[in-house]
Ligand binder design. Structure first.
Ligand code: UD1
Ligand code: UDP
Length: 372
């Protein structure tokens, strides 16, 4: 059996690694070793519980307000120790977080091969998304095998000189996860969501957390949302607030106590994915939501100045609108007031895969590492 150690630490990594972790544990060809850094705590635990994942190792590193340097050093030293104890044949990391990069470096120091899941996304700007673009590039250098969600991601890696035989286009495991949690007549347990009239109101789902948006951009975003809701009676906003206090402070100050704006705690993945499915459009700076919402045919306006996920933009369901208050107000207003513009964007497209990425990754792992 191939000893595969998966390492992840934040909510989005957990969602996107969950199908793979469960695939590994159900497959006789592999011995699965699950290691969480717990860069996130509550937001990670909600995903572990949903997908019934019990980690073999938990570094429990989350501390409020810690710096990137602190996360990096804690992950390197924690994973270093675990790798020496667990002796995996390969370490799998996901995406672009500081857990991803630091775990890859720890694996490299132990001369254990690294598989990078969701490899090859690039914005071209190392400060946006920050520090994710750099984390991706550094992980790409450390990785031995790259699981690229799309052909475009593969092209990015080829341009950086990665050998073609080490890049496999798999689709994104987020679609695998999404298919596991969507129910057509889903009923929310959350009392706020339960009361919302999804038939007669237009629901905007808002999420915001990116570091490059902390401060004035976040203030602009929240003011724009306030403007939008104040001028349209049939529009309501649901904002499951990220647990980072730097975001919650501004959110509560600008949007707290407003009619038709629901500031709620982060949702577990199943209710959140079903909320996306029932809503009208999304305003977000999230990466994962740019991949999920197009699968439902929901327009997404990206509250950033760029995206490393151009496929859904090319397909027409995602637009990058920046972080200027007036621009966000105008572009959202266009979708709310002009049904032709709305329906031009509301097309179900799925450039991120067919929900079968997990199987492809497992087969390639067996082909490459089965004879070691
Ligand atoms: C991290 C990732 C980012 C990813 C995001 C997904 C890095 C540098 N950033 O950003 O790439 O897009 O996760 O959400 O790797 N907190 C809690 N409980 C939790 C989670 C967070 O209280 O369960 C609070 C803590 O105060 C913590 C803060 O949020 O210090 C920030 O967490 P951190 O992981 O440093 O950064 P994120 O902004 O969440
Ligand atoms: N998500 C969730 N609950 C929420 C908000 C988001 O489960 O309250 C999911 C969302 O569907 C997506 C992922 O979390 O799969 C995105 O996480 P986040 O925006 O924190 O990170 P990013 O994708 O930007 O790295």
């Amino acid at each position: 059996m191939i000893r595969v150690m998966t390492v992840f630490g934040t909510r989005p990594e957990a969602i996107k690694m969950a199908p793979l972790v469960n695939g590994l544990s159900q497959d006789d060809r592999f011995q699965s070793i699950v290691c969480v850094t717990a860069q996130h705590r509550e937001m990670l635990d909600a995903v572990l519980e949903l997908f019934s994942i019990i980690p073999d190792y938990d570094l429990n590193i989350m501390k409020h307000g810690q710096t990137l340097g602190e996360i990096t050093t804690k992950v390197i030293s924690g994973i270093d120790t675990i790798i020496r104890e667990a002796q995996p044949d390969i370490v799998l990391v996901h995406g672009d977080t500081t857990t991803t990069f630091a775990a890859s470096l720890a694996a490299f120091y132990n001369q254990i091969p690294v598989g990078h899941v969701e490899a090859g996304l690039r914005s071209g700007n190392i400060y946006s998304p920050y520090p994710e673009e750099m984390n991706r590039r550094l992980t790409g250098i450390l990785a031995n095998i790259h699981f690229a969600p799309t052909k475009g991601n593969k092209e990015n890696l080829l341009k950086e000189g990665k050998p073609e035989e080490n890049i496999i286009v798999t689709g994104n495991t987020v679609i695998d996860a999404l298919f596991q949690v969507i129910e057509e007549d889903y009923k929310f347990a959350d009392p706020v969501l339960n009361k919302i009239d999804f038939q007669n109101k237009r629901i905007i789902v808002l999420t915001a957390h990116r570091r490059e948006n902390w401060g004035q951009p976040m203030v602009n975003i929240f003011n724009a949302v306030d403007d939008i809701v104040a001028r349209r009676n049939d529009v309501e906003v649901v904002f499951p607030m990220h647990l980072n206090p730097k975001i919650r402070e501004y959110a509560v100050e600008i949007l707290g106590g407003k009619d038709r704006i629901h500031l709620i705690e982060p949702l577990s993945y199943k209710p959140f994915a079903n909320l996306l499915n029932k809503s009208y459009l999304m305003l977000t700076d999230s990466g994962g939501i740019q991949e999920e919402a197009p699968a439902f045919g929901k327009p997404v306006l990206v509250l950033r100045t760029e995206t490393e996920r151009p496929e859904a933009v090319e397909a027409g369901t995602v637009k990058v609108v920046g972080v200027n208050r007036g621009e966000i107000y105008t572009r959202t207003g266009e979708l709310l007031d002009d049904s032709a513009k709305y329906f031009a964007m509301a097309n179900a497209v799925n450039p991120y895969g067919d929900g079968k990425a997990t199987g492809r990754i497992l087969n390639v792992l067996f082909e490459r590492y089965g004879s070691r």
